[in-house]
Design a protein. Structure first.
Length: 502
């Protein structure tokens, strides 16, 4: 569906300042919403919010529907009476500009476990009722997730397809036995999901009340080692005997990688999903719309045709395109849930069939300015080629920052950009690209916060095809100045993207 002319900021919640070493849903998140409102921004785009595994990638989560408990604010748990300031007495000095996951995870986990114990013994009647309501309404995914995580802990973090056969294959007697043995552990995982969604719901309500909608990111694939694949193996291309991914997801060689990207996730068994009227996907969309306003579908082209790589390959080169039932799928989603607020990430190898699927359902596609200056005037990423029903980005989480990109790009692209702009303004190339995005005809413009701050490569969020050292960047509270907000507000208003009521 087309959207009104507007703009917003891309920032993952882990990037917020916090004394706990990782951004959370506490007061700094509310301060960021205030910054958006004061800057006339109407959208906050986040990366996927699920619980992350190895590499800390939000695109490889243990569940497609659960929330990341590392985002829970311990300060808010104090307000609930579940922790006290004394519990924070021995916090270490965490880096202010990055997330040190190896140090953060055990400390945050210990705090959450203490809060859980206090909840068991001291929760009020109102808190207990809210918890039970949450467990009942989210049971369709929460029960499998909590058991999966408890079993994973019991196996020292080993992947589900290496567990005892009776558990890997979910034999009812074995699951019942483990549910009894792991009662306390299962309760803990339900509790932290309750706390995540309670805190997130409060933050989302605050954002909406201040004129800010949240754009959530839904990866097309789920992690192989996830509650989703373990609980629903029939919906995925996994080996029935070993549980290994028989066909792995990825993309062929492209702008980001000469050998393509091999993600390792199993692709979908679309035939089986069709038989059940895409029930699992419908539930996934319903769960997503519980906590975001707009859904950005990552790797949208995979709904038309997907790149499938045989088991055992070490790169994505030797894959093949296989057709997917995207038209039927989105028709069912529309029938069951109504006209959905969806943005399509249509980057990469995009065919006429992919464009037809996107346009059939009026999903806005993506335009990225960093891709605009490397070829000729027919380049679809050049602003004069944009349709109105599109979202323009200076860059995405997979790109370098605008300043980092400009400093390292080749002379041809740099010269084309300078000719297009006329000159670099005194404000810097990052603001030139922000101005270019905001001034374009695309209905929506989304700017990574790193570009608003004018940061270089050190603030990059992700290097595709690298497993470690990503998703770590954080900012410090003092950088969100009134001067910065006013500059963004002036440009947003100048190019007709301010809220109507402003």
């Amino acid at each position: 569906m087309p959207f009104p002319r507007s703009s917003g900021i891309l920032l993952h919640p882990t990037c917020f300042p916090s004394r706990f070493g990782i951004g959370d849903l506490g007061d700094k998140a509310y301060h960021f919403i205030d910054f958006l409102k004061d800057s006339y921004q109407q959208y906050w785009q986040v990366l996927p919010l699920g619980p992350t595994g190895y590499g800390n990638s939000p695109y490889m989560c243990y569940s497609a529907m659960a929330g990341n408990h590392l985002l829970i604010s311990p300060d808010k748990l104090v307000n609930e009476g579940l922790l006290s300031e004394e519990d924070f007495a021995n916090l270490p000095e965490f880096p202010a500009d990055k997330v040190d996951f190896e140090r953060v995870i055990p400390i945050k986990t210990n705090l959450l476990k203490k809060a859980c114990e206090n909840f068991k013994h001291h929760a009020t009647a109102i808190q207990r009722k809210a918890f039970h309501t949450f467990c009942n309404t989210r049971g369709y995914w929460l029960n499998n997730y909590a058991l999966f995580m408890a079993l994973k802990d019991a196996h020292n973090g080993a992947s589900w397809y290496t567990w005892e056969l009776e558990l890997a294959k979910r034999e009812p007697t074995a699951l019942a036995r483990m549910e009894h043995e792991l009662t306390q552990e299962i309760f803990y995982y339900k509790f932290i999901q309750y706390e995540f969604f309670r805190q997130w719901s409060e933050l989302k309500n605050y954002a909406n009340q201040n004129g800010v909608d949240i754009i959530g990111d839904i990866p097309i694939y789920v992690a192989h080692d996830s509650a989703d694949v373990w609980a629903n193996p029939e919906f995925f291309a996994v080996d029935e005997e070993t549980g290994a991914a028989a066909l792995m997801a990825g993309v062929p060689p492209d702008y980001f990688s000469a050998t393509g990207q091999l993600w390792g996730n199993p692709v979908y068994n679309w035939e089986e999903l069709q038989k059940q009227d895409f029930k699992w996907w419908v539930e996934r969309f319903e769960a997503m719309l519980d906590y975001v306003d707009i859904i950005r579908i990552d790797h949208f082209r995979g709904f038309e045709a997907y790149w499938a790589v045989p088991q055992g390959e070490e790169t994505a080169i030797n894959g093949e395109w296989i057709k997917a039932p995207g038209g039927e799928f989105f028709a069912v989603i529309k029938q069951k849930l109504g006209k959905l607020p969806i943005l399509a990430e249509d980057l990469g190898i995009i065919t006429e069939e992919v464009e037809a699927l996107r346009d059939r359902f009026e999903f806005p596609g993506m335009k990225v300015l960093q891709f605009a200056f490397g070829s000729d005037p027919g380049n679809p990423f050049l602003p004069f080629n944009y349709p109105r029903n599109a979202v323009v980005y200076t860059g995405t989480h997979d790109n370098d920052t605008s300043l980092g990109w400009f400093n390292t790009t080749n002379d041809y692209e740099k010269q084309n950009l300078l000719l297009y702009l006329g000159n670099i303004s005194p404000d810097g190339i990052n603001w030139d690209l922000i101005r270019l995005a905001l001034s374009s005809v695309a209905n929506q413009a989304i700017i990574p916060l790193q570009d608003v701050l004018g940061l270089g490569t050190q603030a990059r969020m992700n290097y595709p095809s690298t497993a470690e050292g990503n998703w770590e960047w954080r900012y410090q509270q003092e950088v969100l100045t009134k001067e910065l907000s006013d500059r963004l507000k002036i440009l947003t208003n100048l190019y007709g993207r301010a809220p109507i009521s402003s």
